[in-house]
Write a protein that binds this ligand. Structure first.
Ligand code: ARG
Length: 391
């Protein structure tokens, strides 16, 4: 029998994939990566078996995800089109890597996933699988099957008595991991509809957010977050903690009309409290310890880096080279940043670093000014010369 390893989330799409693949003669082995999803391993085991899988691997990859995928993106300052911290995009190469590993272990020559034919995730998983093991054959049932809408998938699942949780009324497609939640479909497809409160997982509403600001202090060592509120903590625990604190203050919601790799503009709503807090804190610290040439160039790198991640080119040579550049800038990024969280806002409160390039004696307007005002005129004369020439 042909064996296929299915990247299985337990959601509607991958649930429908199991009987569909079996009907086509495949032995279906599920592989489920826990990056902070909603289903417990026990639940996944039960549901996959009930749906007809012969075996399921559930791997808790949260630590690896935090350390090897989220952290490089944080250091690089990767944000797509100003509003998306790339939470879903960052998870895909990791899932693909383990999918390929399980296929090797199981001696399977097929892998499958439940990504839609219009989305970015099919690109990300397919490209990563092709880069890691070009011999594997990839099946994407959603690119082939007759179930062309979520409604028809729900109908199919009901007829086959598959264990699903989606209802027609609540028809969002939600992807959640520790770095953020991506929400699309349903009423969000109409750009004139404001998102309702129901799909959010991490954040409570702005109305319910406390009327009092809360401070958080994040300490970094060479670009790596190491302590929260003066308590040493591993990166994963810090993300979890900040999702709770930030979620309470309605931090990190965004609503973006974005450019998909397949050319479509689509609307997605995101929430990523920890991600935004950490990204802001990291950037604040960089503004204090990095010189302007590095800062400007790093911004260019961040833009390109975010596009590479979005397009699924995680394992590309360029991405690796950009990582080398980013890492080479992070040595002095050590210090503490205090932010205030208040009703959806992240406000800077304190900056402290032994590597600070800020010199009060130069910046001050007070009596202890050491800046040589006489130098300014000559500098400006020469600086302005090419612009001030008469034509
Ligand atoms: N638009 C995001 C991306 O391409 C998220 C895609 C998945 N979204 C979802 N709601 N399932 O990375």
């Amino acid at each position: 029998m042909k064996k296929v390893i299915l990247a299985y989330s337990g959601g509607l799409d991958t649930t429908c994939c199991i009987p569909w693949l079996k009907e086509r003669g495949y032995d279906v082995v599920c592989f489920s990566a826990n990056l902070g999803s909603e289903f417990s391993p026990q639940d996944l085991h039960k549901r996959a078996k009930k749906t007809g899988a012969s075996k399921i691997y559930v791997l808790d990859l949260q630590k690896e995800f935090a350390k090897d995928y989220i952290l490089p993106a944080l250091k690089a300052g990767a944000i797509y089109e100003d509003k998306y911290v790339l939470s879903t995009a960052l998870g895909r190469p990791l899932i693909a890597k383990h999918l390929v590993d399980v296929a090797r272990k199981e001696k399977a020559s097929f892998v499958a996933h439940g990504c839609t034919a219009k989305g970015n995730d099919q690109v990300r998983i397919d490209v990563a699988v092709k880069m890691l093991n070009p011999k594997l054959k990839i099946i994407a049932p959603l690119r082939e099957w007759e179930l062309t809408s979520r409604e028809s998938e729900i109908e199919y699942a009901k007829n086959k008595r598959l264990p699903i949780k989606t209802t027609k009324e609540k028809i969002y497609s939600i992807d959640k991991n520790i770095w953020g939640v991506s929400i699309e479909a349903g009423i969000l497809e109409d750009l004139e509809n404001e998102p309702k409160e129901d799909p959010y997982i991490f954040t409570q509403s702005l109305a319910k957010a406390p009327n009092k600001a809360e401070s958080v202090t994040i300490e970094f060592t060479s670009g790596v977050p190491v302590a929260l509120n003066n308590k040493k903590m591993d990166f994963l625990s810090m993300i979890e903690k900040l999702n709770k604190i930030g979620g309470k203050h309605c931090i990190g919601r965004s609503d973006l009309v974005e450019d998909r790799t397949v050319g479509i503009k689509s609307r997605e709503v995101y929430e990523a409290p920890a991600a935004w807090i950490l990204i802001k804190a990291h950037k604040e610290l960089e503004s204090v310890v990095l010189d302007k040439d590095v800062i400007y160039f790093k911004e260019i790198v961040a833009l390109r880096y975010s596009q590479l991640l979005y397009q699924g080119l995680w394992f590309s040579k360029l991405k690796m080279s950009l990582d080398s550049f980013v890492n080479s800038t992070q040595k002095p990024v050590t210090g503490k940043i205090t932010l205030k969280l208040y009703k959806g806002n992240i406000l800077i409160s304190k900056r402290c670093s032994k590597n600070s390039l800020y010199r009060k004696e130069l910046a001050t307007y007070g009596a202890k000014d050491e800046f040589n005002r006489d130098d300014a005129k000559g500098f400006i004369d020469i600086f302005a010369m090419p612009y001030a020439q008469r034509r």
